[in-house]
Design a protein around this ligand. Structure first.
Ligand code: SF4
Length: 210
């Protein structure tokens, strides 16, 4: 059996190929990042970035968003897909922020996941990027890359998160999760991974020559 890709070497190469693993969603504060991350389900960050300027111009905080008319929200969110559900979700999210946290986005995982529509991944993204707290966010891209590198066999995001937490020093959690995500999004594609162009091809147990 081919051994897993060596962690240190993977980190070194990904750091060179993705020097700036920044967040692709646009945001100015924790509230905007939280809403934008919820909206990014089933669509691209680029599409979310197209609608959020208008959204946050009209509804810059939980108080205004909590009172928004659903039909107005739906109109703004239409390009993101599932716009009716998303309109409902972000309004409920704003209402819950007001009721439970006085309109301030909480900065712990335990509190964030109590908000409607906020799962562990969204909570970790907000913790990492808005509050700069160590967090590992596992989405479909991160999970796939970890499996292909042989770091896990699991499809369970929580198990993959625990595995990465074992493999990585805490000060590298955010940047590594960001790099794995971008690597999965642009190189290690779900259907046809671009192995011949991948900087990890000679150390990856799943590399194909095609
Ligand atoms: S070599 Fe292929 S399977 Fe392995 S990480 Fe790179 S793109 Fe993914």
């Amino acid at each position: 059996m081919t051994p897993p890709a060596p962690v240190e070497e993977v980190l070194k190469r990904l750091a060179l190929s993705i020097p700036d693993p920044g967040m692709e969603l646009d945001y100015r504060n924790p509230f905007e990042l939280l809403v934008a991350t919820v909206l990014s389900a089933q669509t691209t960050d680029k599409t979310v970035n197209r609608v959020t300027p208008a959204l946050f111009r009209l509804y810059p905080d939980p108080r205004s968003l909590a009172k928004a008319k659903l039909s107005d929200l739906e109109e703004i969110l239409r390009p993101t897909g599932f716009f009716r559900r998303k309109a409902l979700h972000i309004r409920e999210l704003a209402q819950s922020l007001l009721q439970s946290f006085s309109g301030t986005v909480p900065d712990t995982l335990e509190e964030l996941v109590t908000l409607p529509g906020v799962g562990r991944k969204t909570a970790s993204v907000v913790l990492a990027h808005a509050f700069h707290k160590p967090a590992i966010f596992i989405d479909t891209h991160v999970g796939r890359v970890c499996r292909r590198l042989g770091w896990t066999r699991s499809n369970d995001p929580e198990k993959i998160e625990r595995r990465l937490a074992e493999l990585l020093p805490q000060n590298l959690w955010i940047e590594t999760a960001s790099r794995l995500l971008l690597h999965g999004r642009y190189v290690c594609l779900a259907k046809n991974p671009l192995c011949t162009r991948c900087v990890l091809s000679d150390i990856c147990p799943s590399a194909t020559g095609s």
